[in-house]
Design a protein around this ligand. Sequence first.
Ligand code: PMP
Length: 406
Amino acid sequence: VGRVDWTRVREDFPLLRREVHGKPLVYLDSANTGQKPVAVIEAVDDFYRRHNANVSRAVHALGTEATESYEASRRALARFLNVRADELVLCSGTTFAINLVAYSWALPRLKAGDVILVSRMEHHANIVPWQLVAQRTGATIKVADITPEGTLDLDALWRAMTPEVKLLAVAHVSNVLGTVNPVREICREARKRGIATVVDGSQAAPHRPVDVAAIGCDFYAVTGHKMCGPTGTGALWARREHLQAMPPFIGGGEMIREVSFDGTVFNDPPHKFEAGTPNIAGFVGLGAAVDYLQGLGMAAIEAREIELLAHMTQALDAVGGVRIFGRAPEKAAVVSFLVEGAHAHDLATLLDLEGVAVRSGQHCAHPLLQFYGVAATCRASLAFYNTHEEIDAFIAALQKARGLLG
Ligand code: PMP
């Protein structure tokens, strides 16, 4: 009961039938961006063919349909994350979501002497906005360090939660190490000390059931393009009291109730933060993506990806001379690695010639790579639509590349 036929599921993704350099594509870059099922492609196509109009402005039928579809997607995403729809701000992705917290929540509140605590394994999107806030407020950034196996050093983290700390920024799942952080425990400890928490859910929401209410954070950010949805879609969930207290980040149409040259009355949250015409078709696609993921079941997706991860890790370990970064006991299907004697970019280039797409470089996480003392890694990241045969093809391509580079 409830078994998913993953071979059939793969057929939902037309792009995966492609060839690259005359070889069948093996797409191992889903942590960068995910591929899209037909249901999402058709939802976007159908919107532009039959329903296209702007939201919240027109009383005509198409305007009403567009507004209803856009709001239906907000409700679908809210259910998916187990939050209230009126606490979910739709935006272009995690980068925008975190910047919204930085500019509207942190900037007016923080002052010299305050501390922003950021984990060592953050993506630049969860580092740079805090540096901008620190520069403008005089607050300082403190780093929550990690162990060599790639988990947060929790004892050090508790010690770092001093009274000066006003905000803690942490990834739910690391995009480089795959580490699943114990965000529920972390947010509980932070809350006890009056520290606000920002959880970057970019790499969690596409791969495992996420219950934001249970996590107990103050802010949770997701990006749609990693969860089978279109690029330029994402959301910030924030507690209602924060959304009410926060000033708007961007001003313009849609986010107001009344405008005169004497002043402007803003719309209620979440609309107060959604100035201008949004990516309506994109959000229609994201709604379809959420329905698609829920149709498969997030628990089933998680189990499938953990099984693929075990296969890939074992196979890489068996190659010999492969260093894997990140061996957390609870880990998502992302494997960063280096092969002895081979530069990451050279390896990725040779893999590409065999049809295998992996990412090489710093994965928008310079401080993390500095910790490991390496300039770049290769990263093979999986999704439920990958197969065991693809992992074998990847290993064969890796052996061949190593022969050429050695
Ligand atoms: N945080 C993490 C952990 C990510 O993996 C990414 C995407 N690579 C981002 C933030 C940024 O997401 P986006 O570029 O979609 O805003």
